[in-house]
Each structure stands twice: as structure tokens, then as C-alpha cells.
Design a protein around this ligand. Sequence first.
Ligand code: ATP
Ligand code: MG
Ligand code: ZN
Length: 315
Amino acid sequence: MSRFANFIARSRLQTRRIFSTHENPFGISGNSKEPSTLKNKAQQIRKGLPKKWPIAGVEHVILVASGKGGVGKSTTAVNLALGIAANEPSKSIGLLDADIYGPSIPRMMNLVGQQPQITQQKLMKPLINFGISCMSMGFLVDEKSPIVWRGLMVMSAIEKLIRQVTWGPLDYLIVDMPPGTGDTQLSISQLIPVSGALIVTTPQDIALLDARKGTEMFRKVDIPVLGIVQNMSVFECPNCHHKTHIFGDDGARNIAKEMNLEVLVNIPLHMSIRETSDMGKPITVSQPQSSQAMAYRDLAECVVNKIPNTKNTVR
Ligand SMILES: Nc1ncnc2c1ncn2[C@@H]1O[C@H](COP(=O)(O)OP(=O)(O)OP(=O)(O)O)[C@@H](O)[C@H]1O
Ligand SMILES: [Mg+2]
Ligand SMILES: [Zn+2]
């Protein structure tokens, strides 16, 4: 017999021996304790994932998200936090900038260039402006230096911004999310219980498509979607007061219906919203009597009313 034929015969014999039982259909040699080994493995994997537990002293976490970039999440998150504070001055409110690549909170909350103090327990203290406790990657790295972190690095940064900050006591922690449905969204849903998410969208078709994706993702990870914020819904000409629907007319209402959601508020496209955000003087505090500020306060009231009464606090 040639060496090749010899080899074939030998391997046939081995194959037959290995495949001879129904209990071991893939022929993986090993002992009979296979099922419990698998169970152990599953437990090990579960152990490797970050554990989900509330942020000490924080009662409600609210995410401000969107599938698409640049639709006004950060502007909404800032003015929502300030809107709740304006409606209910006794409440304590925090703002977490979860946008690791493009943090906006330092600029919008006029905290650029400031750094958090470190406690004896090596925890970071949030920076406070307009009465809101804020934390952002932007406080920890130079605003102009590009952040080239990816994947796991983003996840560990998020974990630090959640766990290594003295957040509590807070009634509401508003989280300004990065665009999309990626690592940050997953990390947050795995790390902490979330009371609800807001989906920000413009009335434009393409943004609505992403709003649908965002909603579906939150539903998959069991985070309740509180409703839709239709941003830049109408533009009123400052000269003749003619109203133009630059990004389309009321598109969010259709998608809300389809997704069984509510459009909680329509925020107009207004120069003053952009200007005040850029200046670090959000409209809800700098022009509190304006109709734009009132729209954010309406949103704040709506959100607070929609949050379930169960609290997540551990003290
Ligand atoms: N209703 C509005 N009227 C006028 N300008 C607005 C409005 N909402 C947001 N903007 C402006 O649009 C730009 C994008 O807004 P913002 O940064 O809040 O979006 P974002 O969704 O957080 O973006 P990113 O996906 O990059 O994080 C900013 O310059 C902001 O000032
Ligand atoms: Mg943003
Ligand atoms: Zn005009």
C-alpha cells in the first residue's frame, strides 16, 4: 500500500471512530461532561461583560439620541437639562457628554478649557455651570487634538465617564449621545438602567430613516423610547415672518405613527438657537422668555411626565 492510501485508510478509521455516536455529532473528542462545560463557558462570557447597575445616587438616566449626525442632539440635550431645571428648580440635573469623538458639551455649556477636580477616592467631580453638573471627554483631552480611539477604547471611556465620576445625588442625568447605533449605545445599555430615550430628527426623509433605525435599536436592548423631537421643523423669516419648512413638512409625525410613538415637540429652526449654543449661552437660560426656550421647557415637562415612577437609585 502506498503511503497516501495508508493515510486515507487510517483517517477513515479515525473518522468512523469519532463520528460513531449521536451525542457527539461534530466528532469533537472529549469527555462526557460536554454540556456542563458549555454552560460554564457561557457563564464565563457573561462574567466578562460589564455588569449593569445604577449610577450611585442617580434616579433617572435619559438618553438623547438619533440615528443621523448633526440633527441637533447636543442642542436638545443641553436645553432639555436646562428646561427641566427651569421648570423644577428643586431638582438636581446632570449632563453626560457620551460623544467621545466629538464632544459638544464643554462649548455649549461654556466650560471649555476647564478640568475636573479629583477626589481622594480618585473620582472626577463634574463641572457645574447654569446649575447643571457636566462631564465630557472634552474636559480630559485638548479640544483640538483628534481622538483616535476605537471600539473597546470608546467603551472603556464611556465606563469611566459613568463610574469614575461623583454624579450623585441627581434626579435626572441627561446623556448626549453620539450619532448612530454603535459601541456607545451598546455600552450604555449594558452598563446602566435607562429610564428612556428621546429620538431627535429633522422632518427630512433621510433623517427619518435613521430615526427609525435608532428606535428599533433601543427597543432591541429594552430601553423605552419616550418619543420624537422634531427639530428644525419650521423656519420663520425674521423680515416678513413667512414660515418655510426647509427640511420638509411634519415628516416626523408619519414615522411616529408607524413606530407607535409620539412627536413630543416641534423645535423651530432659529438663528438664536444656533448662536446661543455656539456662544455657550443656551437659549433656555439666555432668552428664557423666547418661544424657542418655551418649546424646550414644554419638552422638559413632557419628558418628566413620561418617565416611569420607579427610581433606579442606590445610595
Ligand atoms: N433648532 C435649531 N435651530 C437652529 N440651529 C440649530 C437647531 N438645532 C441645532 N442647531 C445647530 O445645528 C448644529 C448641529 O446641532 P448639534 O450639534 O446639536 O447636533 P448633533 O445632532 O448633536 O450633532 P452630532 O451628530 O455631530 O453630535 C449646531 O450648530 C446647532 O447650533
Ligand atoms: Mg452632538
Ligand atoms: Zn422674508
